[in-house]
Ligand binder design. Structure first.
Ligand code: DTR
Ligand code: CA
Ligand code: ZN
Ligand code: ZN
Length: 457
């Protein structure tokens, strides 16, 4: 339980003990070389401010060749497994294994969720990108199964490949969004949204409440494409429409989508949803052909649920535009508010020797790129290697010099090291500037050093 009854200690007055919240220890690494000698008043060189925010970052281009490479793999998998990637058939599990291997290699935390339908085992693949606020999850998904009549390259290799390549782009960028990113590949969608329903139904209500939005991509490379945006959550819809407007590509509201793909499973439990679609068996009108090109009077996808839904059943421009739109939505919706997102960390890992029973030393981090004041729950990560930590007094110094007592000396605390995170109400302090951790050893014998100092906003 965190108790953070902090009182701001006016500058240069006798420090008053305040209760510091001790969060889980171990946020900072403990491995460190023996302390290097340094002058008593030494202040470690401030680490270069390294805000790890994605607030303003634009999404990278998603390479069409990479997306098509995944489609080639799905085609090959179908070819080696009876011609399809359908639920309960070997081609589906082989597809799961392919996608999972790519994600594991890219640093995702993957989970294969099993379920049974029609007497056979189905699989969902969930991939979490470590970091971000796990109370605010942005999720993107696609069904990975095909119908039994073919390889299902547009339906829905296209969505699966675009979501996979976007996840891999997140890894390449080492993106650190404010919100937590999760990706899903669903089984048995063609049999009635079975896999996504199973996932949602087995997600505790507390976990469902953390999903800020679910983005669905089912058929996004149709050979005679339309550009349809789901008309569900307004913010998600706007994100997609703005993207296509930026390309000069008109969009239409997806009118047949309700209940027709995996977003329905999420919508049914109150999770905001959105998504993209390039059309299935419906016929493109003349007006649509006027704005999008292609062939009026012909289905958006003539090979829908047919054996001809192969890698030749893809419109490259549609697949490229939609893959880039997936990335745009992920980068944009996970960045949080206009403020640099929570999870912004600044740290200094330079060692600073603490003189035994001597003057105080400091370690400095310089915060920049933020606006306004620091938060009321500023996380102060402290990592001090020191025998008999009862010798130590530890303060946080705000940029204006105001001292916040984190730890008092306590003669009988013979344990080693101070490795924990304090929560400080720093809301009266400007966020930007040089923050310092001040440490003083006030009792003879036992020595050590500051190993790391971290501020998380
Ligand atoms: N049911 C999907 C294809 C599909 C048909 N209409 C829509 C609208 C929105 C998304 C998907 C679809 C399938 O066959 O997988
Ligand atoms: Ca691209
Ligand atoms: Zn289908
Ligand atoms: Zn589909």
């Amino acid at each position: 339980m965190k108790l953070s009854a902090h009182h701001r200690i006016p500058r240069r007055t006798a420090t008053t003990a305040v209760t510091a919240a001790l969060a889980l220890a171990g946020l900072l690494g403990t491995a460190a070389p023996a302390a290097t000698a340094s002058t008593a008043a030494a202040t470690a060189a401030p680490a270069a401010a390294s805000p790890t925010t994605a607030a303003a970052l634009a999404a990278p281009d998603i390479p069409l060749a990479n997306v098509k490479g995944h489609l080639t793999q799905f085609q090959s998998i179908a070819g080696s497994n009876g011609g399809n990637r359908a639920h309960g058939r070997p081609g589906y599990k082989a597809s799961i294994d392919y996608v999972k291997a790519k994600l594991d290699a890219a640093g995702f935390i993957t989970t294969v969720q099993q379920f049974t339908y029609n007497g056979t085992t189905g699989y969902n693949l969930i991939a979490d990108w470590p970091g971000g606020d796990t109370n605010r999850v942005i999720m993107a998904g696609a069904h990975l199964d095909s119908v039994s009549s073919g390889a299902g390259i547009n339906d829905n290799g296209s969505g699966s490949a675009a979501v996979l390549e976007t996840a891999l782009a997140v890894s390449r960028a080492q993106l650190k969004p404010a919100k937590h990113l999760r990706f899903g590949w669903w089984g048995a969608e063609e049999l009635g949204l079975v896999g996504s329903k199973y996932y949602v139904n087995n997600l505790p209500a507390t976990e469902r409440a953390k999903v800020s939005g679910y983005l669905n991509f089912d058929m996004i490379g149709s050979p005679n494409p339309g550009y349809f945006v789901y008309d569900d959550d307004p913010a998600i819809e706007k994100t997609f429409k703005d993207y296509f407007a930026g390309l000069g590509v008109p969009t239409e509201i997806e009118t047949e989508g309700d209940g027709r793909s995996d977003h329905a499973s999420f919508k049914n439990v109150g999770i905001p949803v959105g998504g993209l679609f390039t059309g299935a068996s419906r016929t493109k009108t003349s007006a649509q052909a006027q704005k999008w090109g292609g062939t009026a009077g012909q289905a958006f996808d003539r090979c829908y649920h047919s054996s001809c839904d192969t890698t030749s059943n893809i419109n490259d421009t549609a697949l490229d535009r939609n893959s880039d739109a997936v990335a745009h939505a992920i980068w944009t919706l996970s960045a949080g508010t206009t403020e640099p997102p929570t999870g912004d960390t600044f740290e200094n890992t330079a060692d600073v020797a603490i003189p035994d029973n001597g003057t105080a030393v400091t370690s400095t981090v310089t915060v920049s790129g933020r606006t306004g004041n620091a938060p009321a729950a500023l996380k102060v990560g402290v990592d001090i290697i020191h025998t008999w930590r009862g010798d130590l007094v530890v303060d946080l110094l705000a940029p204006d010099g105001t001292a916040y007592r984190l730890k008092n000396s306590s003669g009988n605390d013979s344990a080693d090291n101070v490795q924990t995170t304090y929560t400080v109400d720093a809301s009266s302090e400007a966020a930007n500037g040089a923050w310092r951790l001040r440490v003083q050893d006030v009792a003879a014998q036992d020595t050590g050093y500051i190993n790391a100092f971290r501020l998380t906003f």
